[in-house]
Design a protein around this ligand. Structure first.
Ligand code: CU
Length: 323
């Protein structure tokens, strides 16, 4: 509601009669802002430098195993801290206004309009915030999407309804050759064996519909497209040996939920031995045993489809007897 000039005047007179009020108000706002920022700084100090761990990653998965995952995680944590600092400042201003300008009588307070410094601040502050966030996001995104000319390892990820095939390649692109391969079945979870401290290029393709390659510890999902599209990305290094569950993250059909695999990160020496064993004609399970690794997936297991004669073919129709 726009105040009529007759309503504004008494309060304006009252304010002009107390010359120190503006200064006191500015000091109050400054103190409040300082308190808010101080609170955030204190929060950072009290929780040590690892704010992310203290606050459970602010909802972001923790425990990334690649350099790229750490960069994305750090960007998220820094963005959350910045958002909290702005939030504390804004909440402080809101509560300060509620108390400072609560209704004391029927006189309206001064209606601030066309206040150029304030309007300038309203415009510049959000643009600054968005620009800083955009700048750091663009840097991290470019870094994460970077591909090199000669990665140490190239693996082709082939998705199909409803399992995975991992092809170890001798070069890049669709014309390179597969030197060893691992195929998942309904009984055996496919294991993608990769080394630490080597750059790895993933080239994804699908045999049928869109799937999505997701290892939570890599902190991203990458769609796997059918046709001629090869979704290519790289991980500059895997830093921690271990077994990590992998999933399809795109609803791709009835048994989408069963499309699990395992990423097994081993030392470069073990990886070389594994690849040599595979090239010698050993199965993935035999090759894993040969390098002293568990031959079967540790993080997930084949799903029970619960398909029986009773629920899948209750009428006992012979195969191929469609009408
Ligand atoms: Cu899928």
């Amino acid at each position: 509601m726009v105040a009529r000039s007759s309503e504004v005047r008494p309060s304006a007179v009252r304010h002009s009669a107390s010359p120190g009020a503006g200064g006191r108000r500015r000091r109050g706002a400054g103190r409040l802002a300082g308190l808010g920022l101080g609170g955030v700084a204190l929060l950072v100090l009290l929780t040590g430098c690892d704010v992310g761990r203290t606050f459970d990653g602010f909802g972001w998965p923790q425990g990334g195993i690649s350099a790229e995952s750490r960069r994305m995680y750090d960007l998220w944590i820094a963005s959350c801290i910045a958002a909290l600092a702005v939030g504390v400042f804004v909440w402080g201003l809101i509560f300060w206004c509620i108390v400072r300008y609560r209704k004391r009588g029927n006189d309206l307070p001064v209606q601030t309009r066309y206040n150029m410094p304030m309007e300038f601040l309203y415009t510049i502050a959000p643009i600054l915030v968005v620009s800083v966030l955009f700048y750091y996001t663009a840097i991290v995104q470019t870094d994460v999407n970077k591909v090199t000319r000669n990665p140490d390892v190239t693996v082709e990820v082939v998705a199909f309804k409803w399992n995975w095939q991992f092809n170890y390649r001798d070069g890049q692109g669709p014309d390179a050759n597969t030197i060893a391969s691992t195929l998942g079945t309904s009984e055996v979870i496919p294991i993608l064996v990769l080394p630490t401290n080597r750059s790895i290029r993933f080239e994804e393709t699908s045999r049928d519909v869109i799937h999505s390659f997701w290892v939570p510890e890599l902190l991203f999902k990458r769609d796997v497209m059918p046709g001629k599209i090869r979704n290519v990305f790289e991980v500059s290094s895997l830093e921690t040996e271990g077994a990590y569950v992998g999933r399809c993250a795109e609803l791709c059909g009835t048994y989408h939920a069963f499309m699990n695999f395992e990423l097994r990160v081993v030392s470069p020496e073990k990886y070389d031995q594994f690849l040599a064993a595979k090239q010698d004609g050993k199965t993935t399970q035999e090759a894993l045993s040969a390098i002293g690794e568990d031959p079967y997936a540790e993080t997930t297991r084949p799903f029970e489809t619960r398909r029986t004669q009773n629920n899948f073919n209750p009428d006992d129709v012979p195969a191929g007897a469609g009408s």
